[in-house]
Design a protein around this ligand. Structure first.
Ligand code: TYD
Length: 132
C-alpha cells in the first residue's frame, strides 16, 4: 500500500512575547525539496485542486488563514484535514486526488519534490481511479 497523507509538525522557535519561527528543511521533510510556491487571494467560494500527481509529493502549509483539504487515494481511502497552524504541514504523497478550499486570508505554501511538469498532473478522475 502506498504511503498515507499525514501532518508534519515543524520545529518551532520562539515564544508568545517575541513571536515564532517554524523551520522546514530537507532533514525534517519526507523528500528532497525541488520547488516552493505559494497561493493566495483564493476566493472562499472557489474549490481548487481537482487533480492528482503521478510523481509529485508535496507538503502544504497554511502560513496564514485556514485551508480545508479533502483527499482520496485510488484504493478508496479518503481523509480530510484542516490546516490552520503555521507550524503544521500536510504531507501529500504521489497519486492522491485533492480538493482544497481556502479562508479569505489564507496563504498556502507548497513545498514540492519536483519541478513543475504539466504531464505529471492527472486531471481526469476516472483516469486517476484506473492509474496504478
Ligand atoms: P494547479 O496546480 O492546478 O493549482 P491548484 O491545485 O491550486 O488548483 O495550478 C493552477 C495552474 O497554474 C495550472 O494551469 C498550472 C499552473 N502552474 C504553473 O504554471 N506552475 C506551477 O508551478 C504551478 C504549481 C501551477
Amino acid at each position: 500500500m502506498s504511503e498515507a497523507p499525514r501532518i508534519i509538525e515543524f520545529p518551532e522557535i520562539g515564544n508568545s512575547i517575541l513571536g515564532y519561527i517554524a523551520v522546514a528543511e530537507n532533514n525534517n521533510l519526507p523528500f528532497e525539496v525541488k520547488r516552493i510556491y505559494w497561493t493566495y487571494f483564493t476566493p472562499e467560494n472557489v474549490e481548487r485542486g481537482g487533480h492528482a500527481h503521478r510523481k509529485l509529493e508535496q507538503v502544504l502549509v497554511a502560513v496564514a488563514g485556514t485551508i480545508r483539504i479533502k483527499l482520496e487515494m485510488n484504493d478508496g481511502q479518503r481523509s480530510e484535514f484542516i490546516l490552520s497552524k503555521p507550524d503544521h504541514g500536510l504531507y501529500i504523497p504521489r497519486m492522491v486526488w485533492r480538493t482544497i478550499k481556502y479562508s479569505h486570508n489564507a496563504v498556502q505554501l507548497c513545498i514540492a519534490s519536483t519541478e513543475y511538469a504539466e504531464q505529471d498532473y492527472i486531471r481526469d478522475y476516472e483516469t486517476f481511479m484506473k492509474t496504478a
